[in-house]
Write a protein that binds this ligand. Structure first.
Ligand code: NAI
Ligand code: MG
Length: 498
């Protein structure tokens, strides 16, 4: 046995071992949340009936049971919301002392913390994500975002030295369903800190945490019209994008819709930021701490059912450790608990919608048809609801659809490489460029890789880590503009020379 082989064999013994122990159910009580039978649109500081007269049903994807009737805002409703935002911008908010604006943002942050359990339960109920994630990730990060931008509100001239930052006006913001409350925070916090007002549209499948957030705005006594929340599907989003009195659009969602928005806005002079899809490479070198790397691979792709734009959906493993890594990965996958999102022991919850489940299933079928080898651990899925077993594909060629397209589900494709150059080439061989991961013991290699990877975020020896102080955003078809950090203020200000 060579030294390297011995070393590998030694490390292999440390793989987590699946036990035969059963977990007792540990469901979080849901009675802390009071979902109304129906909701209106939050415009000018109060809920109003939709002029469209249309409503649709939002459901719990883990049980396919209706939760509430949601308003589908039409053209007149969008116009009403934009007028409320314009009025609030012109008559108060934009001229308010910055430290006053900060006060409201601090209040919102604190209220989110105080009501965190309520938000966590509601987020898991409406979106299907495990309560452990909404409780430990989504809600605390959303509050942290408001705290962070509250701090900037009265320091904007330090964020942009020798320039005079002014607010833009009315921001139209459209967000997706994978991190409903967190994406709301990413959009609203910097916009308000810089003195803008907002019309925000949550995704059609996950409107409830945004509607509960309206109650936080009431508690915080935010002046009416500064934040308006309108619900509805893509049609509502399209109306907001094309409304002539919106000064800026911020969008997170599919590349397809992002491109359509860009076409609509071309030549209008409206500002635009797009945060779109991804197909990130998670690259594991042979000197990486393998058990840690396996945890990072698992977290990278199975976190939030893989409904993550920066998910590590392409695993690139150095050839010499390929078999070891894949064996460890499969063992670890067998310990993932799939099921009730409200159970505190659940690792993988429900797929967000029937539509998304169909998309994942079709792409997985294409992987099988194209000749990749599929592995799914034994797993008993609940009878009702939308579920998908954590899946890994080996023998994947770069040309396969599963290696090219964003699946947005718990599905990993494994590829191999021999040299760092080959890893870079394969990692960058995608129309996207949002994120990447590097696992190695060598600091110099981390720096060299980070420089050559065409990705907005590169994680080293970790994955899916977020902090409000750190900018996030993409290259190429992953979009443009940054959210988070000082960079995240830029899309919300006009800069005059001082
Ligand atoms: P989508 O892009 O259609 O939806 C995102 C948001 O845009 C929702 O609020 C939706 O109502 C709105 N929207 C839809 N059409 C619009 C239009 N024409 N104008 C303005 N707003 C519009 O994404 P969808 O259909 O829910 O998911 C499809 C795929 O997109 C997913 O499978 C995934 O691959 C990707 N996706 C990426 C996300 C990311 O975080 N980058 C988030 C959600 C989806
Ligand atoms: Mg769509």
């Amino acid at each position: 046995m060579t030294k390297e082989k011995r070393e590998l064999a030694r490390r292999q013994d440390k793989a987590p071992i699946a036990t035969a122990w059963d977990y007792a159910p540990a469901p979080e009580a849901r009675d802390i949340v009071k979902v109304q039978e129906r909701y209106g649109l939050f415009i000018g500081g109060k809920f109003v009936e939709p002029e469209s007269g249309e409503r649709y049903t939002t459901i719990d994807p883990a049980h396919e049971e209706p939760l509430s009737e949601i308003a589908q805002a039409g053209k007149a409703d969008v116009d009403r919301a934009v007028r409320a935002a314009r009025d609030a911008f012109a008559n108060g908010w934009s001229g308010l002392r910055p430290s006053e604006r900060a006060k409201y943002l601090f209040r919102i942050a604190r209220l989110l913390q105080e009501r965190s359990r309520e938000f966590a339960v509601l987020e898991s109920l409406n979106g299907g994500k495990p309560i452990r994630e909404s409780r430990d990730v989504d809600v605390p990060l959303a509050a942290a975002h408001f705290f962070y931008y509250a701090g900037w509100a009265d320091k904007l001239e330090y964020a942009f030295p020798n320039r005079t930052p002014r607010p833009i006006g009315v921001a139209g913001q459209i967000i997706p369903w994978n991190f409903p409350l967190l994406m709301l925070a990413w959009k609203i916090a910097p916009a308000l800190a810089a003195g803008n007002t907002v019309v925000l549209k949550p995704a059609e499948t996950t409107p409830l945490s945004a509607l509960l957030f309206c109650d936080v705005l009431r508690q915080a006594e935010l002046p009416p019209g500064v934040v308006n929340i309108i619900t509805g599907d893509g049609r509502t989003g399209a109306e907001l994008v094309s409304h002539p009195d919106v000064d800026k659009i911020a969008f997170t969602g599919s590349t397809e819709v992002g491109k359509a928005i860009q076409r609509t806005l071309a030549g209008t002079g409206k500002r635009l930021t797009l945060e779109l899809g991804g197909k990130a490479a998670n690259i594991v070198f042979d000197d990486a701490p393998l058990d840690q790397a396996v945890e990072g691979i698992i977290n990278g792709i199975y976190f939030n059912q893989g409904h993550v734009c920066c998910a590590g959906s392409r695993l690139l493993v150095q050839e010499s450790i390929y078999e070891t890594v894949v064996a460890k990965l499969k063992r670890r996958m067998a310990t993932l608990r799939v099921g009730d999102p409200l159970d505190k022991n659940t690792d993988v919850g429900a797929i967000n919608s029937k539509q998304q489940l169909e998309k994942i299933s079709a792409l997985v079928q294409s992987g099988v048809d194209e000749g990749a080898e599929i592995y799914q651990p034994p797993c008993k899925l609940p009878e009702r609801g939308y579920w998908f077993v954590p899946t890994v594909f080996t023998n994947v060629a770069q040309s396969y659809r599963i290696a090219q397209e964003e699946i947005f589900g718990p599905v990993l494709s494994v590829l191999t490489f021999r040299t760092p150059d080959e890893a870079i080439e394969k990692a960058n061989n995608t129309p996207y460029g949002l994120s990447a991961g590097v696992w190695t013991e060598k600091g110099s290699r981390i720096l060299a890789m980070a420089q050559k990877l065409r990705a907005g975020v590169v994680w080293a020896n970790t994955y899916n880590r977020f902090d409000p102080a750190s900018p996030f955003g993409g290259y190429k078809e992953s979009g443009f503009g940054r959210e988070g950090g000082r960079h995240g203020l830029e899309p919300y200000v006009v800069l005059d020379d001082a």
